[in-house]
Each structure stands twice: as structure tokens, then as C-alpha cells.
Ligand binder design. Structure first.
Ligand code: ADP
Ligand code: MG
Length: 590
């Protein structure tokens, strides 16, 4: 047997690189993560030939100390992990200190970096796994890493690479995952010198829209939930945009993209009954959980994750998605002004298309006479069920509620508005209608317009019980974000400011009401704080039963209702209006 020898470093690195660098996309991921860890707010990715010829990442982050440039390429050299304890408390993406060493073992690398505060920049080049030394050069603050000719000296690995377009797709997948999570960073991505993505700093929703197209603006439904141990947030795609291929399915746990068949099942279960078989739901879900509750270390490329108490996350996720599907009524985008008629209902989009039935008269002779016979068009089409729903909606919503000119509205019993129609009476519950209108407008103000705060002239004190105080602490950050300002002093809170849309003269009364409602809704884990604020405030301000309305007020109310995303059901899930067909009345008269 041959003598035992230690492998030379460059060979050991090549072997280790097999774990880290499988294809150009692996390099994209590592370099982007390093750029993010450096604190950059601008990152540019350049690819050539699907990343096989070049992957380069430029950032405006902290840069690297000149005497640490070479060290960064040593195996297990990292500035991010100091002790074994840190492993359970990671806030950076990297920590193994293997990426740069592995990449330099299987490709040519050129790194240029200028440390914040230093006047000079330095560069280091690696060829054939060997360093060519550190040199001074000119460069702006930040770091640029270019990786050329992946696997050029390892034909066996190079042969495993797929076509340029397949490798490009993998690179773009990695780019998307990173860009989705970091809307606070301006990203650009070029392929063969063409700009593929330019993603300015934005909100999470806008980032999704920038990455996947403007159509997504109307497809996203927010999901939000908070428990003691974790926070869920993100978006699902409305069921009618589910796809036959697995489309956009993203889970992020503590700012890392992860694959989790288990959590995926939670989403699928939440969509149960809403998707045809063979269709997959789309989602962008982020979970933020105590760092100590997860172990990211179980897989070298770090897309698998182990969460303690996974079942808890599973059930909360499922409940939160079900809630969002119900709350936003599936076809009601809450913050985009769409024509409701252009926004097909779920029922409509899943029913199968039917061919119109055409009846042809066998005796018809086109040459027989010059005058057209009157055609009965009702013969030409048979209405599909979906068509019927759409027609009903249009008639109810647009004709009845929007064309009120000359219609004599009747307020009945100080509770209902009666709209006479040719073939029916529509009866609208005035309180529920107004509740719906206010709720939608408040939700929009809170989630889209980001309303400001107003200070009370005289701060008001409220006494709450200990449980209510605890509750308030739990949802404190959301309330502050909405524009509430208060101080907690043992059993008393001093209310100092409220959101702009809050009634100033009744601020403390409504606030107290809100805390009580939150208390009641506590077991219903699926209600988000924003929702609750909107619900309570809307309920509080909606015109009550027993209030007399004149023609003008009734007209306004009905028009506002027609413009709602969900004019049929009140925020407390009750029907807002009923239609009494004339046929019913005739029958009663018999
Ligand atoms: P890790 O990210 O796991 O620490 P890497 O091999 O990816 O290991 O990087 C090694 C070290 O090089 C990092 O810990 C960091 O200090 C430094 N580094 C790498 N890329 C950058 C960058 N773009 N900006 C600043 N420092 C960097
Ligand atoms: Mg790294």
C-alpha cells in the first residue's frame, strides 16, 4: 500500500469545492450573500454565457482590509463566526468561510476591494488555484468579485454543466430568491451585457411585481400572523392564478430561502377545495423565528432547515392562509383600484368553458329575400353558469347601485335602503354597507397609503387590566407603525397620538373598544392587528340602525358600496343586501 500523505491544499480545496460549487448558480448565491453580509445597499450581478464564462458581483459594502484579502480565500476563514455558540445565533448568511476558497479552487477569481475609510484599494487574483499576490489598484468603496472560466481545468466537472440557457435559469433563480428577500437593496442583473433586472429599493409587494411582472399586483393577497415565537408574513397568489407547473413557491426562514415539503403541505391544505387537482398554489412566505429554534447547519448548501416545534408553525401557517383567503374574499384585491367587472370571480375562472350552442335554420336560403329576418339572439348563446354569475354581478352591482339617477330610493324602518327595480326589489342593510365601505377604506389607508400620526392636544389616560396591558405590549410595534403613540405605566396607558384617520374627539373611547375587541379575538389566532384596527374603527364609525338618511346620503352610500372590492358581504361575514324577485311577490299574492 502506498504511503499515507496529506493532500496538497489546492487538491483538498478542489474536493471540498464539490460541496459548495456545483454550477454557476452556486457562485451567484455565495457572492450575492457575501455582498449582503457586507452591508451593501447596491449590488450588481453580471453573467456571461449562463454564468459559465463569468459570474461577477459588485457591491458598495464595507470592503475588506488589505491584509485580509488573501485570508478571505483560506479555508474556514470567516469574519462571521467566532465560537461554537455563535452557530445558534447567526445573523449573517455566510459562516463557514469556505465559499471563496472553494470557488478559487475551481475557477479564476479576481477580487478588488476598498475598505470604508481607506484611500487605496487592493486586488488579488487566483489562477489555477494559486494566488498571484495582493496589489494596489484604484476602485470605489466596496468589493467586486469576478469568477471566470468555471471548471476549466476540471473537464469531468465541466461536462456536467448543462446548456447555457439552463445554467442561466438556475443563476436567475438564485438571484430572485436573494432579491425577493432584500427589497431594501437596489439590485441589477445583466446577462451578456443586457440588463435583465433593475430592482430599485421598494416594498416587498413592489419587489415581487418588479421581478414577476405588473400582473402580479392584482394577484397577491397578504398573509400575516404573529405568535409569541415567530412572525409570519408574505403573500399568496389568489387561487385563480394557481398553475399546472409549480410556479412561484418561496419559503424564507430567517432571511434564507428554504425548501420545506412540510410547510408546503400547510399551504396546500389551506387551499383545499379551492384548487382543481393538478394545480399548485403560489406563495411568498417569510417566517421569522427565534434564531435558537432553527438549525441551518444540516445541509451544506443550506436550503434545508430544521425547525423545533415545526407543527406549531405548520398549523399557524395553515390558519393564516385560510384566513387571508376568506378575508380578502379571494377576488378582492384590497389596494388596487380595479374595475370589479374585470376581476373575474373564482367560481367563474374554474368552471369549464362551454361552446356556445348555435342553432341554424335548415330552411334558410340567403338568396331568397333581401330583407333580414329578425333574429332572436337569445337562441344563439346558452349561458354558462359562470356567465350567469357575471351577469348577476353586473346587474346587481353596476346597474342597480351605480345608475341611481331618477330612482326613488326608500329608507325603510331606519335600517334598510330599498331600491326598486323592474323585476325585483334590492334591500340593502345600511349599517353593514357602511361598515364594509369604511373597513375597506381604512385597510387601504393603513396598508397602502401609510397614513401618518396626529398628536392629542391633551394626552388621555386609560386604565387597563394586566392581561390587556400584556396584549398591548405584544402588538405594540404594529400599533406604533400605524401611528399610535402611547406610554405604558403599570396598569395605566397614556394615549398621546393616534393615526390620522382616527376620530380625535373619541380617541380614547375607540382605543379602549379596540383593546377589548382584541382581547376577545385573541383565541382567533388568524386575525391580524391591522385587520382588527380596521374592523373596530369601521364598526364604531358606521352609521347605526335607526339613523335617518336622505336621498342624497342613500345614493352616496350605494355608490360607495358598488366601488367596494367585496360589496356583498360585510366585514363580519354577513350579507349586505338581498334581492326579492317580483315573481316571489306574485306568488305570495296568489
Ligand atoms: P463566509 O461568508 O462563510 O464567511 P466566504 O468564503 O464567503 O466565507 O468569505 C470569507 C470572508 O471574506 C468573509 O467572512 C468576509 O469577511 C470576507 N468577504 C467576502 N466577500 C466580501 C464582500 N463582498 N465584502 C466584504 N467582505 C467580504
Ligand atoms: Mg460567504
Amino acid at each position: 500500500m502506498a504511503e499515507i500523505q496529506k493532500l496538497p491544499d489546492n487538491i483538498a480545496n478542489q474536493i471540498a469545492a464539490g460541496e459548495v460549487v456545483q454550477r454557476p448558480a452556486s457562485i451567484v448565491k455565495e457572492l450575492l450573500e457575501n455582498a449582503i453580509d457586507s452591508g451593501a445597499d447596491r449590488i450588481e450581478l453580471r453573467l456571461k454565457a449562463g454564468g459559465i464564462a463569468l459570474v461577477s458581483v459588485l457591491d458598495n459594502g464595507s470592503g475588506i482590509e488589505p491584509d485580509e484579502l488573501a485570508l478571505a480565500f483560506e479555508r474556514h476563514a470567516t469574519s462571521k463566526l467566532r465560537s461554537a455558540d455563535d452557530l445558534f445565533n447567526l445573523s449573517t448568511k455566510g459562516f463557514r468561510g469556505e465559499a471563496l476558497a472553494s470557488i478559487a479552487a475551481v475557477a479564476d477569481v479576481h477580487m478588488v476591494s476598498k475598505r470604508e475609510g481607506l484611500t487605496n484599494a487592493f486586488q488579488i487574483k487566483f489562477r489555477g488555484g494559486k494566488s498571484e499576490g495582493v496589489e494596489e489598484t484604484a476602485f470605489s468603496t466596496g468589493t467586486s468579485v469576478s469568477v471566470n472560466h468555471l471548471f476549466y481545468s476540471i473537464p469531468a466537472r465541466k461536462n456536467f454543466l448543462k446548456s447555457e440557457s439552463v445554467e442561466l435559469r438556475h443563476c436567475l433563480d438564485e438571484f430572485q430568491r436573494v432579491a425577493l428577500l432584500h427589497e431594501e437593496i437596489h439590485f441589477q442583473c445583466h446577462h451578456n451585457d443586457a440588463l435583465v433586472y433593475d430592482l430599485p429599493k421598494s416594498t416587498r409587494r413592489q419587489r415581487i411585481v418588479h421581478l414577476f411582472g405588473t400582473k402580479y399586483a392584482e394577484r397577491l393577497v397578504p398573509v400575516q400572523e404573529k405568535t409569541e415565537r415567530f412572525v409570519l408574513s408574505g403573500f399568496i397568489l389568489k387561487p385563480e392564478y394557481a398553475r399546472k407547473t409549480r410556479g412561484e413557491q418561496f419559503f424564507f426562514v430567517n432571511k434564507r430561502f428554504v425548501r420545506s415539503p412540510y410547510l408546503h403541505r400547510a399551504v396546500v391544505e389551506a387551499f383545499e377545495g379551492l384548487l382543481l387537482s393538478g394545480y399548485h398554489p403560489g406563495y411568498f412566505i417569510e417566517v421569522d423565528i427565534e434564531k435558537a429554534a432553527i438549525d441551518v447547519n444540516i445541509h451544506p448548501t443550506k436550503t434545508e432547515i430544521k425547525i423545533d416545534d415545526e407543527y406549531h408553525v405548520f398549523s399557524v401557517l395553515r390558519a393564516a392562509i385560510r384566513h387571508s383567503l376568506g378575508r380578502y374574499q379571494i377576488n378582492a384585491p384590497i389596494d388596487f383600484d380595479l374595475n370589479p367587472a374585470l376581476n373575474p370571480s373564482y367560481k367563474q375562472s374554474i368552471s369549464e368553458a362551454k361552446f356556445p350552442k348555435i342553432s341554424v335554420s335548415s330552411t334558410y336560403n340567403p338568396f331568397q329575400n333581401e330583407t333580414f329576418e329578425k333574429t332572436d339572439f337569445s337562441e344563439v348563446y346558452i349561458e354558462t353558469e359562470a356567465e350567469q354569475i357575471r351577469l348577476d354581478q353586473q346587474i346587481d352591482q353596476q346597474e342597480a347601485l351605480l345608475q341611481l339617477d331618477g330612482v326613488m330610493l326608500l329608507q325603510w324602518d331606519s335600517k334598510f335602503i330599498v331600491i326598486p327595480q323592474a323585476d325585483k326589489l334590492l334591500v340593502v342593510d345600511q349599517y353593514r354597507a357602511h361598515h364594509r365601505i369604511l373597513y375597506e377604506s381604512l385597510l387601504k389607508k393603513m396598508t397602502v397609503d401609510q397614513a401618518g400620526s396626529q398628536q392629542l392636544l391633551f394626552p388621555e389616560s386609560l386604565s387597563l387590566d394586566t392581561h390587556e396591558i400584556e396584549l398591548l405590549k405584544e402588538i405594540g410595534t404594529t400599533l406604533m407603525d400605524l401611528g399610535f403613540d402611547y406610554e405604558i405605566q403599570e396598569r395605566v396607558i397614556v394615549l398621546k397620538g393616534v393615526p390620522e384617520f382616527f376620530p380625535l374627539n373619541e380617541a380614547s373611547k375607540v382605543f379602549k373598544h379596540f383593546i377589548e375587541e382584541t382581547h376577545l379575538a385573541e383565541d382567533e389566532i388568524s386575525l391580524s392587528t391591522v385587520d382588527l384596527v380596521a374592523q373596530v374603527l369601521a364598526k364604531h364609525s358606521a352609521i347605526k340602525k335607526g339613523v335617518a338618511l336622505n336621498q342624497e346620503a342613500m345614493t352616496q352610500l350605494l355608490e360607495d358600496l358598488a366601488r367596494c372590492k367585496e360589496p356583498y358581504i360585510s366585514p363580519s361575514n354577513k350579507r349586505i343586501f338581498v334581492s326579492i324577485p317580483v315573481a316571489d311577490i306574485i306568488q305570495k299574492l296568489h
